[in-house]
Design a protein around this ligand. Structure first.
Ligand code: ZN
Length: 406
């Protein structure tokens, strides 16, 4: 969307404004007095800038209720302006896509979920483009960006590959038309959501890992993901923590991806690779090693899958340990099916995790906790990073050039 780098003089004027909008998003119900203190602004300057942001349709101020006996001057509660910039966040998933209109205070509104009619890229992208056009008709030039999370590897605006969608080398640029488009991998964005508003808030460095089909994730530093120079970083599933005799669909040998999901479980159980590896894994994890009725292995005893599940859980735990050695995170969050997998074989997971750690980490291993955003993580993360973009100095400078409505 916007390029990073040095600010022009025109953009630098918006630096404090961008800080204020970021603060308002992080402090729902926060007052101007609190903002003034947190950002160490002089109170005259705070009053002046908030008035300017109000006039620019970026901020709304309402009188704060005064507690009985409260001293000092009355203050105001800060919120998003009702006619301010908005963002469309979209999460393109295996079976459906979800969307939400996001306001500057971080609220997701008009959320919708649409199942794919056909899974062809052309049909799915046309359906999303239809939503973008509808939001443009409703909001006009208030729409400042489209932030798209996608279940696959993203590289310079293209979806390089998606095992779950079955897509290869698809140009995603068409979905947004003339509106700036921000693209992100779903697991990366879910990690951003955990770091900003979820289970790893406050961790300077956090690692998020998500199992669906294969495993992806991100490391975040102060809530920002390390996305690489082309947006393709975080392909943890394609580290050689797996069986070197297996070649991954990605082209590399021995990928961890092949060890931590429904494909691995089927292999260990000696059954054919399932059509839907995520559903297959989920069916075997509900209630420990229970097997779904009608499943190919359901004829055996209920605990027949136990050792195979433990093997998959151990493959997950061992890789988490290896990645803790790489990133030294304060917290590790697990999303997708990973929490269920760990819960199905907690001892196998824990043992492999500790075994994978370098000795100096073993005394105080980072906590490995469940993600709190669950299925909503990618959409929430797309909203967070999209709002970072549309409240950047450059984006505010561009917003300031728009004519005000009569
Ligand atoms: Zn691979």
């Amino acid at each position: 969307m916007a390029s990073s780098g040095r600010l022009t003089a025109g953009e630098a004027r918006w630096h404090t404004a961008a800080q204020i909008l970021t603060w308002v998003r992080a402090h729902p119900g926060g007052t101007r007095a609190e903002l003034t203190q947190d950002l160490r602004l002089n109170s005259g300057l705070a009053t002046e800038i908030t008035a300017r942001l109000r006039a620019m349709r970026l901020l709304e101020e309402t009188p704060a209720p005064r507690a009985t006996g409260q001293r000092g001057r009355p203050t105001t509660v800060l919120g998003a302006h009702p006619e301010g910039p908005v963002l469309l966040a979209v999460d393109l998933r295996t079976a459906e896509w979800r969307s939400a209109v996001v306001t500057l205070d971080g609220q997701l509104t008009e959320t919708a979920s649409v199942r794919h009619g056909s899974r062809s890229p052309r049909a799915v992208l046309a359906a999303i483009r239809g939503r973008v056009d509808a939001v443009l008709r409703a909001y006009g030039n208030r729409v400042r960006g489209v932030s798209l999370a996608v279940a696959g590897t993203v590289h310079e605006g293209r979806l390089v590959q998606s095992a779950t969608l079955g897509w290869r080398d698809v140009d995603l640029g068409l979905v947004a038309g003339d509106v700036p488009l921000l693209l992100g991998n779903d697991a990366t964005l879910a990690g951003v959501a955990e770091a900003r508003t979820g289970a790893s808030v406050g961790a300077s460095t956090a690692l998020h890992l998500m199992v669906v089909v294969g495993i992806g994730g991100t490391v975040t530093v102060d809530g920002r993901p390390a996305t690489g120079s082309h947006g393709a970083a975080g392909e943890y599933g394609h580290q050689p923590y797996g069986d070197r005799s297996l070649i991954c669909p990605c082209g590399a040998r021995g990928c961890w991806d092949l060890e931590v999901d429904g494909r691995a479980l089927a292999r260990h159980l000696g059954v054919a690779e399932p059509q839907d590896p995520a559903a297959f894994l989920r069916d075997h994890l509900g209630g420990g090693a229970a097997v779904a009725a009608g499943d190919a292995v359901a004829a055996g005893p209920a605990d027949a899958a136990g050792p195979a599940v433990a093997r998959v859980a151990a493959a997950l735990g061992g890789g988490v340990g290896a990645l803790v050695n790489v990133h030294d995170p304060a917290t590790v969050t697990l999303g997708g099916l990973a929490p269920l997998l760990r819960r199905a074989a907690p001892d196998a997971f824990e043992q492999a995790y500790l075994d994978g750690l370098m000795a100096f980490h073993k005394g105080r291993p980072p906590a490995v906790v469940d993600a709190v955003h669950g299925d909503d993580g990618p959409l929430q993360g797309a909203a967070v990073l999209g709002l970072d973009e549309i409240t950047s100095e450059a984006a505010l400078a561009a917003w300031a050039t728009l004519p005000l409505p009569q």
